[in-house]
Ligand binder design. Structure first.
Ligand code: SF4
Length: 594
């Protein structure tokens, strides 16, 4: 007999029945206890431990890491960088980590375990490793597996026998601050601005080294000079005296600053800020670095295809097994690599924060539906959005300004940050800018941007095995390639194995890019009406053209460095010739000028 339908009158009754059913089902599944995941409470890193605890970190290029380490050391911390993750580290990550992680997780998690095992082999007792080392990393709430890194580190460390090893997060003040007393890692003004400078300098050096090395005349010179330059800057960051108003103020004002804490702190913040950004010490150190790098001799007439690297954050940054040593391979194969600065990622985060604030405005405004005459409420709604947007816009402006200023001070040939609105707009027909995770719409946007502006001959996307956001954008790229027919785009899935296979795929695509670069160069040279020997003889007579920081103006629509260079040299030759003819017609002799 069918059960008669009972009419439920009240919402309360529905809620009660739901709760009762939930209890019944949980009991059935054996989940009666407290099952919600709670982050384990981390043992604090306290101020008293600063002198004996070493902060470990990693995951960037050697240029970024050396500079970051110098800032830590300059602020009084013991700090060491982890080695570049390699295949044995990946295998350890697989052995001790969860199944089904993305490639960077295995590499980075395994790398930490490998380093701790190395310390143990060197004779450091396990207890000392747990007490005297902490790992510092970035944290996130997802939506991709980045949100799980912290938990993965802990899980693998526990499985490898390092249970209780401290993992501190940038975003998580609980991990950094002690529950009581002074935090072990203090975000001071010196630390903050020091890190900002280190990140920007790291980005700029990374860009420069890949721009200069392919054209160096003396093999190995670029690596040697960059090593020395970065070391000098690290010494400067480590040993620079911190600005203190009590020491810098005139004698008559010193007692005032001593007795008034608020006054002292305010002047110290602005003084330190000025010192880090505009201080003579900093600018002199950059000028010395620039002068040193400018001694490298380059020959820009070498024809090389420009390969733009895109892909997932870590895969496009690491210079090791994590991306099949792709950059070194490309350079060996005769390419010029165009790397991506970390600053683009930060600019992307700020741009997205602005876009999200606008999109969410209808639900986040303080007054949902004010009447037309409730002007105060309309105003409050508007102000709530404007305040947020203005705050982010100021951050964006500062970030861009400081990045480009560092680039300018270090030679002025570094590529500028790609405008975020244009990237989003170009990606939008294929990839919604609000689809979050990983690089979001950036991979698609960069592919289109660098192709339509003719800034590269080929785009190589390094996409980690098991990366959810990269798989999404990969699916979309086939539509992008269909639309832009002359695009050479190659996605390569990076993993702990399959290097030979990946290299051979890159070699094939690079073959096409080389033909493209060669044809472009020949056409450009023909358009100048000069031979390569003419150009080379002129360069031989003008040594400034062999300096890496000699500025070759960018000609729209021309991609290759060699093609840009011959156009410029040809212009200079024409100008010299015209001025020589003018001087002859006026009966005077002037030396040929640039
Ligand atoms: S973007 Fe991809 S590779 Fe990077 S953490 Fe997220 S899932 Fe992993």
């Amino acid at each position: 007999m069918a059960t008669p339908l009972v009419q439920i009158e009240h919402d309360r009754e529905i809620a009660e029945r739901l709760a009762a059913e939930r209890i019944r089902l949980r009991k059935l599944a054996g989940l009666e206890g407290h099952t919600h995941f709670h982050k384990p409470i981390e043992r604090a890193f306290t101020a008293e431990e600063r002198n004996k605890v070493t902060i470990l970190f990693g995951g960037f290029t050697w240029k970024h890491e050396d500079l970051i380490r110098a800032v830590f050391q300059g602020c009084g911390y013991r700090c060491e960088k982890l080695p570049v993750p390699d295949v044995p580290a990946f295998q350890l990550g697989k052995e001790y980590g969860n199944n089904g992680q993305c490639n960077p997780t295995y590499f980075t998690v395994g790398n930490l375990v490998q380093y701790l095992q190395f310390l143990e082999k060197e004779g450091v007792p396990r207890k000392d490793i747990l007490d005297n080392y902490v790992f510092f990393t970035a944290g996130s709430c997802g939506p991709c597996r980045f949100g799980m890194y912290e938990a993965e580190y802990r899980f693998a460390l526990k499985n490898a026998g390092f249970d209780g090893f401290r993992v501190l997060l940038f975003k998580d003040s609980d991990g950094i601050k002690a529950a009581s007393g002074e935090p072990g890692l203090k975000f001071t003004v010196d630390f903050g601005f020091g890190m900002l400078n280190a990140m920007h300098m790291g980005d700029v050096f990374n860009d420069l080294i890949y721009q200069i090395r392919p054209f160096e005349v003396n093999k190995g010179e670029t690596d040697r000079i960059f090593r020395e330059t970065v070391d000098d800057l690290c010494d400067d960051l480590k040993n620079r005296k911190s600005f203190e108003i009590e020491q810098s103020a005139p004698d008559w004002a010193k007692p005032k600053f001593k007795s008034n804490k608020i006054l002292r702190n305010t002047f110290n913040v602005f003084g330190k800020m000025h010192e880090h950004l505009w201080g003579e010490d900093y600018l002199d150190a950059l000028a010395a670095a620039r002068a040193k790098m400018d001694t490298i001799e380059v020959d820009r007439t070498k024809v090389k295809p420009v390969v733009k690297i895109t892909g997932e954050f870590w895969a496009q940054l690491t210079e090791g097994d994590g991306n099949f040593n792709m950059f070194a391979f490309l350079e060996r194969e005769g390419a010029q690599v165009l790397v991506e600065p970390i600053a683009t990622w930060i600019a992307y985060l700020m741009y997205q924060a602005k876009a999200h604030a606008k999109a969410k405005y209808p639900v986040t405004r303080p007054y949902r539906s004010p009447k037309w005459y409730q002007l105060k409420q309309h105003m409050a709604n508007q102000m709530s959005l404007r305040k947020k947007l203005m705050g982010i816009a100021v951050g964006e402006k500062m970030w861009n300004y400081l990045y480009h200023r560092t680039a300018e001070n270090l030679g002025g040939i570094t590529h500028h940050l790609v405008p975020q609105p244009e990237l989003a707009e170009m990606a939008h027909p294929f990839y919604n800018q609000f689809a979050r995770g990983g690089e979001g719409h950036l991979e698609v946007g960069k592919n289109v941007y660098y192709t339509v502006h003719k800034l590269c001959h080929m785009v190589l996307a390094l996409k980690p095995f098991g990366c959810m956001p990269s798989s999404q954008s990969d699916g979309v790229q086939s539509a992008v390639i269909n639309k832009f027919k002359d695009m050479i785009f190659l996605p390569v899935e990076t993993s702990g194995e399959g290097e030979v296979n990946a290299h051979s795929r890159v070699q094939m695509a690079l073959g096409e890019a080389k033909v493209k670069a060669k044809l472009e160069f020949e056409e450009t040279l023909r358009s100048t009406g000069k031979s390569l020997d003419d150009i080379k003889s002129y360069v031989a007579e003008h040594p400034e053209l062999k300096r890496p920081f000699y500025h070759v103006p960018h000609v729209e629509g021309v991609t290759g460095t060699a093609a840009q260079f011959v156009l410029h040299v040809s212009d200079r030759m024409n100008r010299s010739h015209r001025s020589w003819r003018r001087s002859r017609s006026h009966g005077v002799t002037v030396p040929s000028a640039a």
